[in-house]
Design a protein around this ligand. Structure first.
Ligand code: ZN
Length: 230
């Protein structure tokens, strides 16, 4: 058995910290990579900003619509993480905003940057489903502006997401970092809240820069998860 699988097997409480590499296997492009959806767009930081949403909602809507992949389904990584709940205490802290861990049925998920499928009307506060939003960004019943509950540029992270992440990390004996170069702060800074005795496993195409020691499995995440036996 490879070292990574062994670590998972022997751990009681596992936190998965997941990034874009987990979603690409579902056909969702990495929106930060050069080949991803940012290419060909000018100034994505503006298009995904609070200012753009407020001042130029049409421009915002036009760009954000392109981030939705309603046909995307959870892949083997999401499913195996869910299955591990049978014999382990499992939680997930994800940078991804596609909600695929929730869709796979994982019970303890923190969507650190929000979830595109959590939508609400800025005027009346009502929740709106994804289908309706992809038809129009105006709330049918009141005409208000609809927005996804994702963290835009200029906006703060959810305090609840931070607290829950810290809680999970402080309880775990294994932290598995999957499909992320771990360069986005403050997500990467969460690692400092892990339990001091916990181990770190990194499953990624390339090594990541981390102060702490870690076990490294260099592979596409789906290759690694395919062979996990829950
Ligand atoms: Zn409304």
């Amino acid at each position: 058995m490879n070292k990574g699988l062994e670590l998972i097997k022997n751990s009681k409480n596992i936190v998965f910290m997941t990034g874009a590499g987990v979603s690409t296997a579902s056909g969702i492009p990495d929106y930060r990579s050069m080949t991803g959806v940012y290419q060909g767009h000018e100034n994505p930081e503006y298009l995904l900003s609070h200012t753009c949403l407020m001042r130029e909602p049409d421009k915002f809507y036009d760009f954000v619509k392109g981030l939705y992949h309603p046909e995307a389904k959870p892949n083997v990584i999401h499913h195996k993480i869910k299955e591990l709940e049978k014999n382990h205490q499992v939680s997930v802290i994800s940078q991804n905003i596609d909600g695929l861990h929730d869709l796979a049925g994982s019970s303890q998920v923190v969507n650190f940057h929000g979830n595109l499928n959590d939508l609400y009307c800025l005027s009346c506060g009502q929740n709106v489903d994804t289908k309706a939003y992809l038809v129009s960004d105006r709330h049918e019943s009141c005409g208000g502006q609809i927005r996804p509950e994702v963290v835009l540029y200029e906006e703060g992270l959810s305090e609840e997401a931070i607290q829950r992440s810290i809680h999970y990390l402080s309880q775990a004996d294994l932290v598995v970092i999957v499909g992320t170069t771990f360069k986005v702060y403050p997500f990467s800074g969460l690692i400092d809240y892990r339990h001091l005795d916990s181990k770190i496993l990194v499953v990624n195409n390339e090594p990541i820069s981390l102060f702490d020691e870690y076990t490294f499995v260099q592979t596409a995440a789906e290759r690694f998860f395919e062979v996990i036996d829950s």
